[in-house]
Design a protein around this ligand. Structure first.
Ligand SMILES: [Zn+2]
Length: 409
């Protein structure tokens, strides 16, 4: 898998550098962003023109300052491509650009906002969707975890929660889980805010509060439409949280994303939203908590011996300390970022009978976390340390991403 994606990356790189040399600044900026793996392009009205920034692997990078005239031209081109009103510069506008290539379907969500006298700023979110659909094997779950996910999804009932912080790739994981159920033979629905990608064979509803379609109303509509599988992205309010959990109790498979930092925290996140512990204990079958980390650039990662403190980190997690670990440096291949691409780290908590009882009894978050460690459910930090030992990422990146206060004992 790694090899084929590396080949694809190389092929894309050649193609993009060809396109990037075209004189059209609009195309150049978008293709360069795609080639660098950016998820967002910001065009910010700034002193002396328009500043172009990319968000790559979660980090903002400043790219170029365009003159006022160039900036205005570029924003007008973007407005035309996104079918926005070119003369309306006093109100925020939202639109969309389709930007596919051979391997990837892309939606670019465009927002243009007024930014003071005669100026506008724009944001473009690049959403990519593989042409061949979501594959769970691409997520990087361990064999055991894959097995857990697969048997839970195939039981076709109960609540599966995918949790993480903002931008941790929860939606992609939820879609990949749904792809395990043969959706051609099931009634699958989703309610999302917003719809991030099209899922084949699923009926997708988008929250539209201006026209009165809230997540709660969307959910109630879906539940009247004879669903086998319901996807909810993401649970943010009390009513939706309760309806989602109750639907799972009534024999449907419900996949939902929720904001929480780890598996134990996910139970409390649902409880804070107003779901009673007995409903959580009765409905939740699996909690998958995740975060994204940057992958070291294979061309410039620098090998070194781990320090004593770093060795202790591995020992505390009951892992053998590796002889060598790698630091990020930066080279032409990775645009001097030191990293190239993202991967996910996971904590996969299957809720067995005993755990469900403890949740029903209102177990304290830290006690639940300790219980998970006792039954060999490891925190994301441990998964991250394994990836450091394999040379996939650096210790610095692990410190940036992981919460070291919930370390395993
Ligand atoms: Zn490099």
């Amino acid at each position: 898998m790694v090899n084929s994606s590396e080949i694809t990356q190389k092929k894309n790189k050649e193609r993009y550098s060809l396109i990037a040399s075209q004189p059209d600044p609009f195309k150049t900026i978008i293709w360069n962003a795609i080639y660098e793996g950016a998820t967002d392009i910001h065009l910010n009205a700034a002193e002396g023109g328009t500043l172009i920034l990319y968000r790559v692997d979660g980090i903002i990078h400043e790219k170029r300052l365009l003159s006022e005239t160039e900036g205005r031209q570029l924003i007008n081109q973007i407005k035309t491509a996104a079918k926005l009103n070119a003369t309306k510069s006093f109100m925020p506008q939202e639109g969309q650009i389709k930007w596919p290539d051979d391997e990837t379907l892309r939606d670019i969500r465009v927002t243009v906002v007024p930014a003071g006298k005669n100026a506008e700023s724009a944001h473009m979110r690049i959403l990519s969707f593989p042409q061949e659909g979501w594959k769970i094997s691409n997520l990087g779950l361990s064999e055991d975890d894959l097995q857990n996910v697969s048997s839970t999804v195939n039981s076709m009932n109960g609540l599966v929660l995918v949790s993480g912080v903002t931008g941790s790739g929860k939606t992609t994981t939820m879609y990949s889980f749904a792809s395990l159920a043969d959706l051609r033979t099931k009634m699958a629905f989703s309610i999302e805010d917003p719809i991030e990608f099209n899922v084949p064979y699923a009926q997708q509803l988008e929250v539209d509060e201006r026209h009165g379609l809230t997540m709660y109303q969307g959910l109630q509509t879906i539940l009247r439409m004879d669903p086998d599988l319901v996807m909810v992205g993401e649970i943010r309010d009390r009513d939706s949280a309760i309806v989602t959990s109750r639907a799972a109790l009534s024999g449907k498979l419900v996949l939902a994303t929720i904001h929480a930092k780890d598996a134990a925290g996910t139970v409390d996140a649902l409880h804070y939203l107003g779901v009673p512990y007995y409903i959580i204990g009765g409905s939740v079958k699996l909690i998958v908590s995740q975060n994204l980390m940057r992958r070291l650039c294979p061309s410039c990662a620098e090998e070194r011996t781990p320090s004593q403190e770093e060795k202790e980190l591995f020992a505390e997690a009951n892992l053998d300390a590796p002889k060598k670990i790698f630091d990020a440096t930066g080279c032409k291949e990775c645009n001097f970022y030191g990293y190239q691409g993202l991967f996910a780290i996971f904590e996969v908590a299957r809720i067995d009978h005993d755990t469900a009882h403890m949740i029903t009894d209102g177990i304290h978050q830290q006690q639940l976390r300790d219980h998970f460690r006792k039954i060999n459910i490891y925190p994301m930090l441990v998964d991250g340390l394994k990836k450091v030992a394999q040379g996939i990422t650096s210790i610095d990146e692990l410190y940036r991403v992981c919460d070291f206060t919930t370390k395993s004992k």
